[in-house]
Design a protein around this ligand. Structure first.
Ligand SMILES: O=C(O)CCC(=O)C(=O)O
Length: 264
């Protein structure tokens, strides 16, 4: 996989805005594999009634999929919002990082050392019922111990379908990565967030009155790479089209301590 811009330009842009776009990261053959991987996961939810921490269904209950999971209410079978550890249930999605040389070809050149694999998420955003993902920084979900070994993550979010405004493409707040927002009280374990009926949501107008969000449509196979401190969101899918996406997340070893090893 060859990046079309120089690493220096991309690294500069990432530092400046908190995210970069990578066009055509995934060739058609790999995209086809990703579609099959998403289909496999979505099919598995057709018999599901209740979400688990790792498999979150969309729901008409209060608080949507997030709230229904926390309160034990039913979700909509076959309409999945997000699956985490998606690589564990889909050999197709598990194969992608090697096939496109994601760690050595993208993460390492940008960060200077290879990343440690953290997680794979499938964001299904089904037509009509796919709900909003509120504004958040992914750092919200990182535990304090994470920072003993790592300084940040790179999320490489890959559109599996064309993602545009109507079906809920991502939106970013350029510059928001310069400030880590304290989302949860000191000492609280981020895992406890999952018991809360309200999905975490940042009031970006209050927190960053001087920054302007941008909407980022992406063609299928194209990607966005961003760090844990970059505020982002996606709106509900009001269209007839699905908007599936997969994100591969790598933990970035602290560069003052050398590499952490154990790449995947
Ligand atoms: O795909 C989406 O709608 C949300 C993605 C997201 O929030 C993430 O990758 O952190």
């Amino acid at each position: 996989m060859q990046l079309s811009q120089s690493i220096a330009d991309l690294a500069g842009e990432l530092d400046e805005r908190g995210f970069i776009t990578i066009d055509d990261l995934v060739p058609e053959s790999v995209l086809d594999l990703m579609r099959r991987g998403c289909d496999r996961l979505i099919r598995q939810t057709e018999e599901m009634r209740h979400s688990t921490v790792e498999w979150q269904l969309e729901s008409e209950a209060e608080g949507g999929g997030w709230g229904a999971r926390a309160s034990g209410q039913e979700g909509i079978p076959g309409k999945v919002r997000v699956v985490s550890f998606a690589h564990q249930c889909s050999p197709e999605l598990a194969a992608v990082p090697e096939l496109i040389n994601l760690n050595e070809g993208v993460v390492r050149p940008l960060h200077g050392v290879s990343g440690d694999f953290y997680n794979t998420y499938m964001w299904a955003k089904p037509s009509k019922v796919g709900s909003e993902k509120p504004w958040h920084q992914d750092a919200l979900f990182l535990k304090e111990e994470f920072y003993e070994k790592y300084e940040d993550v790179y999320t490489i979010w890959i559109a599996v379908d064309d993602a545009h405004e109507e079906n809920g493409c991502l939106r970013f707040l350029p510059g928001s990565h310069r400030g880590r927002v304290k989302h949860i009280p000191d000492g609280m374990d981020p895992d406890d967030l999952f018991a809360s009926p309200r999905e975490p949501s940042l009031d970006i107008d209050r927190l960053w009155p001087d920054l302007t969000p941008i909407t980022l449509p992406r063609k299928a196979g194209s990607a966005v790479l961003f760090g844990a401190f970059t505020a982002h969101t996606s709106s509900a899918n009001s269209s007839e089209e699905e908007r599936r996406a997969v994100s591969y997340v790598y933990s970035l070893p602290r560069r003052d301590r050398g590499t952490a090893g154990g790449t995947r």
